[in-house]
Structures are given as C-alpha cells and as structure tokens.
Design a protein around this ligand. Structure first.
Ligand code: BES
Ligand code: MN
Ligand code: MN
Length: 454
C-alpha cells in the first residue's frame, strides 16, 4: 500500500482513535482535572510510540507535564520540531452543548467535542500523518522532534522554562504548528502572523465592607459604578484605544501587504454569520480583516462585583473586579504596553477607590516572512491534500510559544491550521470539519515526506 492508500484505508480507525483522545477532559485551568491531564499526557506518549518514536518522554513540570519525543534516523535530512497542545479550555456553559463536550459525536460531516479544533484534533492530524509514514516507509523520512504541552490554554509558563533549559535538544531547521485556522472552508491556509496578548486583572475597593444601599447610598462612592466609568473611558468614539502612547510603536503596514490581505477570498457575509451580532464596530480607516489581524485591541473579558443571585439585594459592594486584555501587533512591546495601561488607569481613577492592578501574563506579537523553501513545500503538500492552492494569512489569536521559538532559534515557523473560524473554539459545540481532518492527515503526511527533498 502506498501512503495515500494507507491513509484512506485507516480513516475509521483514525477517527475512532481521535474520539478516545477527546474523551479525556484534559482541562488545564481546573485543579480537579489534574488526573485527566496526566492521562492525556500518557495517551499522547503512547500514541507517539505507535508512530515509531523510540525516544518518548513525559516531562514533569511545576504545573502540567509536557510530552517530548524524537526520531533522528534520517542523516543529512532536515529536522523539524512539531509543537501542539493536549490541554483544552473548560466546557462551560455545559447546557449550551448539543451533545456533551467530552462525548465526541459526528453530525453533518463534523465532529463535535471540546478540543476537536483546539487543539487535539489538529495534533492528531500530525500523529496520524507521522504514523502513516512510519508504517508505509518503515521509518520516518526526516528527523522529527515533537513537543506537546499541557498548559497552552493557561499561558505556557512551564514550557518556556523547558525551552530555556533544553535549547540544544530543541534545535531544528523549522518549527511546525497546527493550532490556527483556515481562512474559509476549502481554502487551506498558512498563517504568518499572530497578535500578542497581555492579560490583566483589577480589583477596586471602595467602602471597607458591603453597605446597605438605602442607609448609605448617595453619600458613598460605588466601586462598580466607578469600574464602569473607567472602562467607558478606555475607547474613543472611533473605537480607538484611548490610552496615551498605545499606538505609538506600531509598525506601519506596507501598501503591498494591505493589498494582499484585502484581496484574500474572505467573505464579510461569513464573518457576520459567525458572529451573529445586531451590528458591528471597529477602528475607523481599517477593513475588518485589518482590524482582526493587524490592529491592537483592548477588550473586557469579565466583570463582576456586588449581588448576582436571584431577586433583589440592595447593597453597595465593597469591591468590583474586572479581567481584561490587550491584543498586540508588531512592534508593540508587551511590558511597555502593560506599564502604559496601568499608568493611565491609575490616572483615571478617583480617590474614592483603591486599586490592585495585576498583569497576569504578557506575550509578544509575531509576524515573519514566508519566502524560505519550506513554505513552498507546505503549499504544495496542502495542494495534494485539499486540491486547492493555500493562501498566506495573518490571524488575531495568540500562541506565545511561536514568538518564543522564533526569537530563540530564528528558524522558519510554519503554521498550518485545519480549524475554521466558526468552529466554536473555546465555546459550546466546538467542532472540526471531518473533510479538513482527513485532508489534513494527507497533506501533512505529504509535507513530511516532501521535506526529505529539502
Ligand atoms: N489556538 C489558539 C490560538 C489561535 C486561535 C491562533 C485562532 C490563531 C487563530 C490558542 O489555543 C489560544 O486560545 N490562545 C489564547 C492565548 C493563550 C495565551 C491562552 C488566545 O489567543 O486567546
Ligand atoms: Mn490552541
Ligand atoms: Mn485555545
């Protein structure tokens, strides 16, 4: 059997096996799922052994284990490092799932379940591509290092420590990642830019304790009102972030790049359908694609305080809280932005509240040229898998590891996404299109095979 025949003959087996992986609720954010995280790491390790990797390690870390494997039996051939994550986001709100989050189910040519698109399904595409190559060739045609982590959804802290301590070991000619999206159905895509991400939390304290709002209201500052006023001041009427210096260091987009991004087969109609809001907004002077991929933002991600239970409770809360984040683009510096954000917020707040400001994590944006030969090989392999020419896109999401690797090793980073923007990553009813999963295995197998000629 040749490679394509082998992959076709194993479709059902591959899909069933992915479902086993998806049934493990490896939620990195929740301590109670620690045993599931361990189980998922074991699962990945044993799957790598079936794919022909002899060196497979589960590396314990301060938080969740990472899985490292290598197969270096192709002297003179390129070495690639494949990165992905086996952890997933929490599944809440559970009642909005059509079928349970950890009981993978096929409906209308799509596989539903937490982790299908982000990122277990995409990791599995590579595991099966490598296994298929190993089974049909008897060995892998190139040298492969694999690093699958369990903390991506909570900031990849242990991973960075591991990279710092294992630079020689992780050295490769290129980094390959599948944790992004395709531009649209039937449009294979290679991502050459991601936004960076800073995440913040603030706590405002007004009165020392909760107060009766009738007894005290009118003469006491309300921290929830002050929090709302604060966030109302962080954007201007043109939807620009109203923090002095926020836009100062941004690299100007070239005319040529603007033109090529705006010429992509991207449909505003699909975007509207995926979002489903009554109206849209955004920074003046930029197209939607430019807003999503090339402009920085400030977003409130959660806000709480006071009484939220059933019925009424007349209270002035002592505290109000918010979680918010800034997406960053080249050449904004995450530490500098964090300082500007804190400084401006401190300046806006009245004396009637005290603030605790925390920057929970920072992450740099990433954009890189894509003229190295490996990008043409990727494009040709995607053509073999999908029968269509791949496009080069940027995206708005963040993968801190990509920037860290690029800064550390200065090698090409090839981001080949098989998810779709409307597949509900991080939300109820997450899914992956089965066509993209199966075509993905074919494309990636050809990619690794063709890299031998590099
Ligand atoms: N796979 C995503 C990142 C992504 C999504 C990139 C879509 C491109 C397109 C990743 O798992 C993720 O969710 N990243 C987080 C940041 C992380 C530090 C928690 C994000 O982008 O919010
Ligand atoms: Mn991901
Ligand atoms: Mn994610």
């Amino acid at each position: 059997m040749n490679l394509a025949e082998y992959i076709f003959a194993h479709r059902d087996q591959h899909l069933n096996e992915l479902c086993d992986f998806l049934r493990i609720p490896s939620i990195s954010a929740k301590t109670e799922h620690k045993p599931d995280i361990e189980r998922a790491a074991q699962w990945v390790a044993s799957n790598l052994r079936s794919a022909g990797f002899q060196t497979v390690e589960i590396v314990p870390t301060a938080l969740h284990p990472l899985v490292y494997a290598e197969s270096l039996h192709a002297p003179g051939k390129p070495t690639i490092l494949f990165y992905g994550h086996y952890d997933v986001q929490p599944a809440e709100p559970l009642d909005l799932w059509t079928s349970p989050a950890f009981e993978p189910t096929v409906r209308d040519g799509r596989l539903f379940g937490r982790g299908t698109a982000d990122d277990k399904g995409q990791v599995h595409i590579h595991l099966k591509a490598l296994e298929s190559l190993f089974k049909t060739h008897g060995k892998l045609p190139i040298n492969v290092k694999v690093l699958i982590e369990g903390e991506e959804e909570v900031g990849s802290v242990s991973l960075w420590e591991y990279v710092q301590k294992n630079k020689a070991r992780l050295q490769a000619d290129a980094l390959v990642v599948s944790d992004t999206s395709m531009l649209a159905p039937g449009v294979p895509s290679i991502t050459y830019g991601l936004r960076g991400l800073n995440y913040y939390q603030i706590e405002l304290t007004g009165p020392e304790r909760d107060l009766h709002s009738g007894v005290y209201g009118g003469a006491v500052p309300n921290p929830i009102t002050i929090l709302c006023e604060l966030f109302a001041k962080l954007h201007d009427k043109d939807f620009r972030v109203a923090i002095p210096g926020f836009y100062k260091d941004i690299a100007k987009l070239s005319k040529a790049e603007r033109k090529s991004l705006n010429a992509l087969p991207w449909k505003e109609k699909d975007f509207r359908k995926a979002v489903g809001a009554p109206a849209y907004c955004g920074e003046k002077g930029f197209s939607i694609v430019e807003r999503l991929w090339t402009r920085p933002t400030l977003e409130l991600n959660g806000i709480w305080g006071g009484y939220q239970g059933e019925g009424a409770k007349t209270v002035i809360a002592s505290k109000a809280f918010a979680k918010f984040s800034t997406r960053l683009v080249p050449n904004q510096n995450p530490d500098k932005i964090a300082r500007l954000v804190e400084k401006h917020i401190r300046k806006l707040l009245p004396k009637s509240v005290k603030m605790k400001f925390e920057t929970l994590s920072t992450g740099k944006p990433w954009v890189a040229p894509f003229h190295a030969p490996i990008f043409q090989i990727a494009q040709a392999a995607l053509q073999k898998g999908f029968g269509k020419k791949a496009v080069f896109i940027r995206e708005g999401g963040s993968i801190p590891f990509v920037t860290q690797m690029h800064d550390t090793f200065k090698v090409p980073c090839v981001l080949i996404g098989f998810g779709l923007p409307d597949e509900n990553a991080h939300a109820p009813d997450e899914h992956i299109a089965l066509d993209n999963y199966f075509n993905g295995i074919r494309a990636i197998a050809h990619f690794y095979e063709d890299l031998a000629s590099l």
